[in-house]
Design a protein around this ligand. Sequence first.
Ligand code: HH2
Length: 291
Amino acid sequence: MWEWRSIKPLVGYGCGVRPPLEQAFPRPAVVGVVNVTPDSFFDGGHFVRPEAAVALALAYLDEGAALVDVGGESTRPGSEGVSAEEELGRIEPVLEHLPGCPVSVDTSKAAVARRALELGAVLVNDVTALRGDPDLAGVVADAGAYVCLMHMLGEPRTMQEDPRYDDVVSEVKAFLEERLAFAVEVGIPEEHVCLDPGIGFGKTVEHNVELLARLGELAELGRPLLIGASRKRFLGRLLGDPDALVGPVSAGVAVSVLALERGASLFRVHDVRPHVEALTAARAVVQAVGP
Ligand code: HH2
């Protein structure tokens, strides 16, 4: 559960070539969400004060998170986005107080990522999969950082307005394959990349469920998969509330466990302890029947 302590020297900024992502963060790796925002869909406003965000990050690591994902911009459906200055102003004081901790930065902006990597972040979590800022790929490549490439249909402001696919799984798979090839082409080693189907990003409840059910097809891309289903509204809607804006922790844990069985490696969550406990037990069962 505490593997991150032993790999810490390998993943620190400027420490030379990093090992493959799957070695640095063996599955299942729980990624704790730290939203330093006033408006995130689940915890907006709770961790805007740097002290509160730092305390949350340290608590997550204590509970067994392999990584904490610090973000200063909400990507909830309907959100407008913030400037790089504002985003950096939110997360910089947090990152400054997490030296030596395994941190990822949830940003699509090169300037924000550059500073976060200087402050010790090891992974850039980009919900635009390197399409949002033309300079971001170079920043990741130059720093030798890890990157998460996520699928999103459209942009946060409009993405939930009637999303349509012919076959959501094959379209998301083709997108991730193309984005992975792009990343490699611009100098990011393939083994530094993880992929994410982007649960809730331009998807109906049915799209999310189908992606999770057929996750094995995305695992065929050969890179670790990150799943961010935690607390999302589709979980509440699956439970029968058509107006739910969030889902319960138990439903998120269930989805994570099934995703682990279908090949997911990293789990971006707001409730670290229950996920660590459930995924540790689930891993034991999965491993008992072979790799
Ligand atoms: N989901 C959110 C934000 N970033 N990154 C990845 N890779 N995958 C996800 O599913 C994902 C993500 C949305 O969750 P949250 O950060 O809690 O909310 P908000 O965007 O409103 O801050």
